[in-house]
Design a protein around this ligand. Structure first.
Ligand SMILES: [Fe+2]
Length: 495
């Protein structure tokens, strides 16, 4: 897995853990000896000869241990200690000092130094301290990896259960906020078929704004190049670009959501306090969580593709049915359009309008199992033929009910011939026991059936159909749906 590779690449070289040590002393003899000895023990060691150089080195490179003299020209070892702890509190700092400054050394311990050693010292004594420190680092790394694995396991379980994409991403965001103790998390990702990071899931201070990161083009360009980017100062202001409360003192950490070479999105963690940098282990944790999110998004995109293909197939089936039943040509489309507009007129949600649109296309799909001779019979149907025709809602339900994403559509298809007063079929339901979508569709279906031409009769005028619908208001048809249909029709024809 990618996160294991990342940790390994940072921690291991040629199969062996290599600790990195920064040695700082203005006495070059001392740094030279320490470099030799530590390299000999397998540590990768770099020397600096004043605190300022060391601070700059530390900002650029990662070190596990810093061994520093206390008294140096310019900035002191204490200044270096403060800078190191500010950037990465996990770094071990060992102080070297003469007798004269032993009190300062104790002060350094209080400020987060791991240990101190009095000059002049035996190399073996210093090595003991370094080895002890190094064991502590290894242990902390193992703990961190274990913690990551547990978090990952929990998330894996969530992902493999049947939660929606949004629920999974919300879990990722919440886990990120918890693991990093961040003030806010924002996960941005692409809409299927879009090149923009148009969708997002957020928590903490990021949730209060519609969009936290405004300059997504800059975000994308930087994150594409790296596994972790930390934003501060002007750069942070630029990327937020007025799209969020300004954080002049804060830090934002961004990691990519990648699948192969494709960038699916970005996961951002925000800290508002001035002295907070995200630690290397936090970068890794966020990267791992981002990887989880990427897997879920990829699966959802694949599923959306599959769903779209499936819907197209079903639509083709519905069209095939219309081709077979010459008299109802265009009927499904009309019912769909009129039902969707009535639902909008009633203030139904966009999801509901989408559902009733699907149901409209598919409402007579069950007729596909009925012979064309019966469907197209110009003369009166026999009672037996009539009951065959009346089986089409049942047949439609059987065709559609195993398709999971059509779950909401099936009841509408099944009940579209019920009547408000209970005189319909297949169940004889009445009033609000009939699903709302089916009650809306009954009005649209009745209207379209009356106004369409048939080989044996011409369609009614709108006025005649309207009168007939108003006559059935409250008996066969739901009065609320009739009223909404009439309002919708008036508006449409007034335009
Ligand atoms: Fe029907």
């Amino acid at each position: 897995m990618a996160w294991v590779n990342l940790i390994e690449s940072l921690r291991m070289e040629a199969g062996k853990y290599v600790g990195r040590v920064l040695v700082v002393d203005d006495e070059r003899d001392i740094t030279a000896v320490l470099e030799d000895v530590l390299e000999g023990k397998g540590y990768s060691t770099i020397a600096a000869h004043n605190a300022q150089d060391a601070i700059e080195l530390f900002a650029r490179e990662k070190f596990d241990i810093v061994i520093t003299d206390l008294k140096m020209p310019g900035k002191s070892g204490l200044d270096l200690l403060a800078a190191v702890k500010d950037q990465n509190p996990d770094t071990i700092v060992i102080i070297m000092t003469g007798y004269a400054t032993v009190e300062t050394a104790i002060d350094a311990l209080k400020k987060g130094a791991y240990d101190y050693i009095l000059k002049p010292f035996k190399i073996s004594e210093l090595l003991k301290i370094v080895e002890r420190a190094f064991e502590k680092i290894l242990l902390a790394t193992e703990n961190m990896q274990l913690k990551e694995q547990v978090a990952l396991l929990e998330l894996s379980e969530a992902v493999s259960s049947s939660l929606s994409l949004n629920d999974i991403l919300l879990m990722v965001v919440k886990a990120a906020q918890r693991e990093l103790d961040a003030d806010g998390i924002e996960l941005l990702f692409r809409q299927p078929g879009s090149s923009e990071f148009a969708r997002r899931v957020s928590a903490g201070i990021c949730a209060s704004k519609e969009r936290f990161v405004a300059n997504t083009a800059l975000l994308e360009a930087k994150v594409r190049e790296s596994n972790a980017v930390q934003w501060r100062g002007d750069e942070l202001t630029t990327i937020l670009n007025g799209g969020a409360p300004q954080l002049p003192e804060g830090t934002m950490l961004s990691v990519p959501l990648r699948r192969g070479s494709e960038l699916l999105g970005v996961l951002n963690a925000v800290a508002t306090s001035s002295n907070r940098y995200f630690l290397p282990r936090e970068e890794k944790a966020l990267f791992v969580l981002g990887d989880r999110a990427a897997t879920s998004i990829e699966n959802a995109l694949l599923y959306a593709d599959l769903e779209a293909t499936f819907k197209e197939t079903i639509k083709s089936l519905a069209l095939a049915l219309e081709a077979k039943d010459a008299y109802t040509h265009g009927h499904s489309e009309n019912v769909t359009r009129l039902s969707a507009r009535t639902a909008k007129e009633m203030g139904c949600s966009q999801d509901f309008v989408e559902t009733i649109t699907q149901a409209g296309i598919l409402h007579d799909i069950g007729k596909i199992g009925i012979s064309g001779a019966i469907l197209n019979k110009p003369s009166k149907l026999t009672p037996a033929e009539h009951s065959i025709i009346q089986s089409h809602p049942q047949m439609g339900k059987r065709i559609l009910e195993n398709i999971s994403f059509l779950g909401e559509v099936v009841p509408i298809v099944y009940h579209h011939h019920e009547r408000f007063d209970g005189s319909g079929y297949p169940e004889g339901l009445s009033g609000e026991d009939i699903p709302l979508g089916a009650r809306i569709m009954q009005v649209a279906d009745t209207y379209d059936a009356m106004t369409s031409n048939r080989p044996y009769r011409n369609g009614l005028s709108h006025e005649a159909a309207r009168d007939e619908i108003l006559r059935c208001r409250g008996t066969q048809l739901d009065p609320q749906c009739v009223d909404a249909f009439m309002r919708m029709w008036e508006k449409e024809n007034a335009e």
